[in-house]
Design a protein around this ligand. Structure first.
Ligand code: BG6
Ligand code: MG
Length: 226
């Protein structure tokens, strides 16, 4: 019997291909500020809040700005991002994501969306998948950004499930750290060379099944995966 009771999903880069729009928008800001910003640099921005992302971006560019300028830049970046996001359709749901969520439902597993994004309500509406999540915890609900475990612990609390019975799907290094700190099993979605600290890594939800998760995370085997 598996000890798994709930699946917690990050949004950007796990459920929907919005990670690229965050990157494009931040690169526009870096261009305007006059420094280069690579995809490798962008890994550090994944999973963290908009404000923290800007701080990391400025660190990469070697710039220090006052709070007012930072607030203006964060808003500008969000404007660029929303220009792209408003056009998204369910076609941009990542392969296998919707099917995996339906499989969770069929297997009696609870589901949660756990994201730093403050735009999650708009994105879920445009993708028409809000009803597939029992709980949504986003950047409007939490104070601390990943790698802090707050977002995942709040999901577990709202689902009334123990953290040890949750599995987290994450494309960000910060998200994997947050899952570990929450005492949850983590599945990295993306490159194993980057997501080294995850319990397991897959290229996308299309390569995973709920059955695989139930088998991999039964209580007897759980320790062995750590
Ligand atoms: C996370 C993304 O999901 O949300 C980060 O991985 C992003 O890159 C963060 O900065 C905040 O998103 P938003 O939509 O509130 O700017
Ligand atoms: Mg992500």
């Amino acid at each position: 019997m598996s000890g798994l009771e709930a699946c917690l999903f990050d949004l950007d880069g796990v459920i929907v291909d919005t990670a690229k729009y965050h990157f494009i928008a931040w690169r526009q800001i870096a261009d305007e500020l006059g420094f280069a910003f690579s995809e490798r640099d962008n890994e550090r921005l994944k999973g963290v809040s908009r404000q923290r992302s800007l701080d990391i971006l400025l660190e990469i560019g070697g710039l220090a700005l006052d709070e007012e300028s930072k607030a203006r830049l964060a808003e500008k970046k969000n404007g660029f991002y929303l220009d792209d996001i408003r056009k998204i359709t369910p076609a941009e749901i990542l392969p296998g994501a919707e099917g995996f969520l339906w499989e969770c439902k069929a297997a009696g597993l609870k589901t949660a969306l756990a994201t730093a994004s403050r735009n999650s309500a708009l994105i879920l509406d445009l993708l028409r998948i809000r009803s597939l999540f029992d709980v949504v915890v986003d950047g409007n609900k939490v104070k601390r950004t990943k790698p802090d475990p707050e977002v995942f612990l709040l999901c577990a609390k709202e689902l009334a499930v123990e953290p040890a019975r949750c599995v987290v799907f994450e494309d960000a290094e910060a998200g994997i750290e947050a899952a570990r700190s929450a005492g949850m099993i983590s599945v990295g979605i993306g490159d194993p060379a980057i997501l080294k600290r995850a319990n397991m890594v897959a290229p996308g939800l299309a390569s995973l099944t709920v059955e695989m998760m139930l088998a991999a995370f039964d209580p007897g085997k759980e320790r062995a995966t750590r």
